[in-house]
Design a binder for this molecule. Structure first.
Ligand SMILES: *Cc1c(COP(=O)(O)O)cnc(C)c1O
Length: 397
């Protein structure tokens, strides 16, 4: 049976690539947890207390992923800690189910749509504003007696300049007694979101926390408690984290908060510098280090600008071609339609730089000999992902 290809991950913690590459302490904690039985509520209580303290929140617990945490947070806002509601959501017995969300925040969260995540938790999405703009009077007008929560999405694709910021969004919600849930999946800065007005903050453990596949729900103690009930007996039950996930999250948060990542920073700098060196002088490629501006903890980033007229290939075609190789080289291609790619060194080790540079040189050489169609328009990003999953079949014997 062919094994799945190894991925050299210069893209970052995409869930479809398996999320983060975990550090040794996280792997050790996960392994140790797998050996034993434990009372899960006790484990969640111990881990939640320490994780909350380290992240600067009143309380916290661990769930299956950030998207799961969002549904569970919505369930907590809709159903509270009433066990009759906990055991009947997503079909509540009262009409107070509305979740206000800026229309520009209605994005794909991980893989599914934000509105699905809301509905799974028993919420009814109420979109405010237009795709690119939202104002305080529109939000105020959307809040009413049936509003259960406000959901604020901090994703990179939801940061349009026309959106209300979290402070304004939260102030308006709080004026009407409505709690605010923040999807901060790609972040680690829980305390900042709480300071800006979040009541519950959801982070992904397998993104820049470098933990196992899991999510953290952190914030106001009463809401976290209600959310925990929904995670054990309600809609969150099919989304639970196992003991290994809970234990791994604690190790990951401890490591992140200890903050000594000088060895990692050194590797990132060395790997980035070597890639820039090795890709110098290729026709149509401008390769340089730039400050990290996308959602990442990496200390530097390599940017590759592609001039198709000289390189005989477009940026997105280059990324597709390296990803199709074995090992698969995944570049940060979210901006590929704008003509550039990034290399995020956050999950790269010494030696990965050689593989990445060789893959890019090889594709470039192929394009010089046999030009790609530089007039071909890129497929929408989501369509590419969907096609891959649509074509999924079991492989091997
Ligand atoms: C990745 C991401 C999610 C989903 O995180 P998971 O932990 O994989 O469920 C949700 N929202 C945003 C903004 C994300 O970037």
């Amino acid at each position: 049976m062919p094994t799945p290809r190894r991925v050299i991950n210069a893209k970052g913690p995409a869930t479809v690539l398996g999320g983060a590459r975990a550090s040794a302490p996280v792997i050790d904690a996960v392994t140790a947890a797998m050996r034993d039985s434990v009372h899960i509520p006790e484990l969640q209580g111990h881990v939640g207390a320490e994780v909350a303290k380290l992240l600067g929140a009143e309380s916290a617990f661990v769930t299956g992923c950030a998207a799961a945490g969002m549904s569970i947070a919505v369930a907590a806002a809709v159903g509270g800690d009433d066990l009759a509601q906990v055991t009947s959501l997503p079909k509540p017995s009262h009409p107070r189910t509305e979740v206000v969300i800026q229309k520009g925040h209605m994005i794909i969260v991980g893989g599914c749509n934000a509105d699905q995540v809301i509905r799974l938790g028993g919420g009814t999405p109420v979109e405010v504003g237009t795709a690119a703009d939202c104002t305080d009077f529109q939000l105020a007008a959307a809040i009413g007696p049936n509003t259960a929560a406000g959901l604020f999405v901090d994703g990179e694709r939801a940061r349009g300049s026309g959106m209300l910021n979290l402070r304004d969004f939260a102030r308006l919600c709080h004026d009407h007694g409505v709690p605010v849930i923040v999807d901060a999946a790609g972040s680690t800065a829980v305390a900042e979101f709480l300071r800006d007005g979040a009541d519950l903050v959801i982070v992904s453990a397998h993104k820049w926390l470098r933990g196992p596949t899991a999510g953290i729900v952190a914030g106001r103690a009463d809401l976290v408690h209600a959310a925990y009930l929904h995670s054990e007996f309600g809609v969150g039950r099919p989304m639970k984290a196992g003991k290994e996930g809970v234990a791994g999250v604690l190790a990951a948060v401890r490591a992140a908060e200890a903050g000594d990542d000088s060895a990692r920073a050194q590797t990132e700098r060395a790997v980035a510098a070597n890639i820039v060196d090795q890709l110098a002088g290729l026709a149509g490629l401008t390769v340089r280090e730039v400050p990290t501006e996308h959602e990442s903890t990496a200390v530097t980033t390599v940017r590759i600008d592609v001039d198709p007229a000289l390189a005989n290939i477009q940026a997105w075609q280059l990324a597709d071609a390296t990803e199709a190789m074995d090992p698969s080289v995944a570049l940060y291609d979210y901006e590929a339609a704008q003509g550039y790619l990034l290399i995020d060194p956050g999950f790269l080790d010494d030696g990965d730089d050689e593989i990445i540079a060789a893959a890019i040189r090889q594709v470039h050489e192929r394009a010089q000999a046999e030009p790609f169609d530089i007039a071909e328009a890129p497929a929408p990003r989501f369509a590419t992902l969907v096609e891959r999953v649509q074509n999924w079949r079991t492989t091997g014997s």
